[in-house]
Structures are given as C-alpha cells and as structure tokens.
Design a protein around this ligand. Structure first.
Ligand code: MD3
Ligand code: FE
Length: 218
C-alpha cells in the first residue's frame, strides 16, 4: 500500500529463513569490528535504540569512516548480498506489476548501491523520536527491513515533527521503501510491542530494523 508518494509498505516481504539469516549476520556485526552502541545526542541524551553501522559509521548528526565515538575502529563493509537485497526491494516496491506504489520514475533499482546500512536494535521499551534523515547528501530511497517484535511506526509530513501523521504497525518481515517526496518526511517509532516476535526468526525478543541508504559521500 502507499500512504504517500514514494512510500511503499510491502508486508511480509522477507520469509522466515531470510529473516533468520539476517538475524545471524546482525549478531556478528553487533560484536565488531565496531560494537553496537547507543549513540549520544549533542544535548547529552543517550538514545534508547542501539545501533551498529556498515559502510559508514553514523553518529549524530554525521557519517564518518571510523567510529570515533565507539573505539575508533573502521566499520565493516556493506556485503554484496545486502546491496542486492536493497535492489530487489526497490524492484518490488516500485516496479512490480499491480503494486500500489508503482513509480519507476523515482529511482532505477539498477542504480541503487547503498553504501551504508544502519542496524537498529530495540530492546523492550526502546523507541525513536520523530526526526528527518538528512545526513545523507543523496535523495536516493531508504530501504527499511523489520525483524522481531512488531512496532508502531509513525509516518509524518515534511514540514513539522507533529500532526498530521499516520501510525501503522510494522511486523517482522515487512519491507518499507521511502523514496521521492517521502524521503524527507518526519518519522519515528513511538513503541515496540514486546512479546510479538516469532522465535523462528532467531530473534525471540526485541526488534531489529535495517535501513539501507546511499550517503552521497566519498
Ligand atoms: C522515512 N529507523 O534509522 S525505519 C532511522 O524502525 C529510523 O528503526 C526507524 O528512522 C526504525 O533513521 C524507522 C523506517 C524509516 C527509515 C528511514 C526513513 C523511515 C524513513 C527515511 C526517510 C523517511
Ligand atoms: Fe530515520
């Protein structure tokens, strides 16, 4: 379905086996070369979400090659299989026949080479406030994959962090693509729904969200 131009939700896009292998990869990335951590905002607030990055290291509000706020190491590369999964996500979201979000003008999947992936882990009680993703120097779509506990995802507008917004549930296996005008919309995760994860994915507790992005940096 398409709540706004360029935003396409594909429920249940990843099957259980795919989710299980992604969870396994995330468990390895969470350990190193740069360990998963809660980023600290410039005002001193420590985010409740924990993040590990691939390709580029995100810290509020910039991308660096080395994790100078987390030990100084260099983050792991984005693996080819994840880049290919991102292209496949765009093909599904924008090009699939009969797809409500059909919008081939937004971005050609064959040109999609995400150079960073942010892996967010939500333990029970973690949330993410309303924000825009503006640290990338590219308007290429963001691909979002959800695994584990369901969450309430709040999708807003490009002007303010307040209403109007739409709350929807993201479930394990869901794909969401944010391109075109939706790319710079405010969004957040007011809460997860603990106890809703299927242990068959390898993540019995908590929620993982992976976003693939093109930073436009070199
Ligand atoms: C809409 N993550 O990492 S994913 C983030 O579930 C982030 O962890 C949330 O917001 C999460 O920055 C939401 C959905 C999402 C991701 C990026 C977007 C929605 C977006 C960028 C632009 C517009
Ligand atoms: Fe975001």
């Amino acid at each position: 379905s398409a709540p706004s131009a360029g935003a396409v939700h594909v429920p249940g896009w990843l099957d259980t086996a795919q989710q299980r292998s992604i969870v396994e990869a995330c468990r390895a990335w969470a350990i190193g070369p740069v360990p998963m951590r809660s980023a600290v905002l410039p005002g001193g607030h420590k985010m409740s979400v924990q993040t590990v990055c691939l390709g580029w290291h995100w810290q509020p509000y910039k991308y660096t090659r080395t994790a100078d706020d987390a030990g100084g190491g260099r983050v792991a590369e984005v693996p080819d299989w994840l880049i290919h999964l991102g292209r496949d996500a765009l093909r599904t979201a924008y090009f699939a026949e009969g797809q409500a979000g059909y919008a081939p003008e937004i971005f050609d999947p064959e040109d999609y080479t995400p150079d960073t992936a942010l892996i967010n882990y939500y333990a029970d009680g973690a949330h993410m406030g309303m924000h825009q993703d503006k640290d990338e120097k590219s308007s290429a779509p963001v691909v979002s994959l959800s695994i584990g506990d369901s969450c309430i995802f709040r999708f807003g507008n490009t002007q303010t962090r307040t209403k109007p917004y739409t709350d929807l549930e993201l479930v394990s296996g869901d794909l969401f693509v944010f391109g075109g005008p939706s790319r710079f919309a405010y969004h957040g995760v007011p809460k997860t729904l603990p106890g809703t994860a299927d242990p068959e994915t390898g993540l019995p507790h908590g929620r993982i969200n992976i976003t693939l992005r093109m930073t436009g940096l070199e």
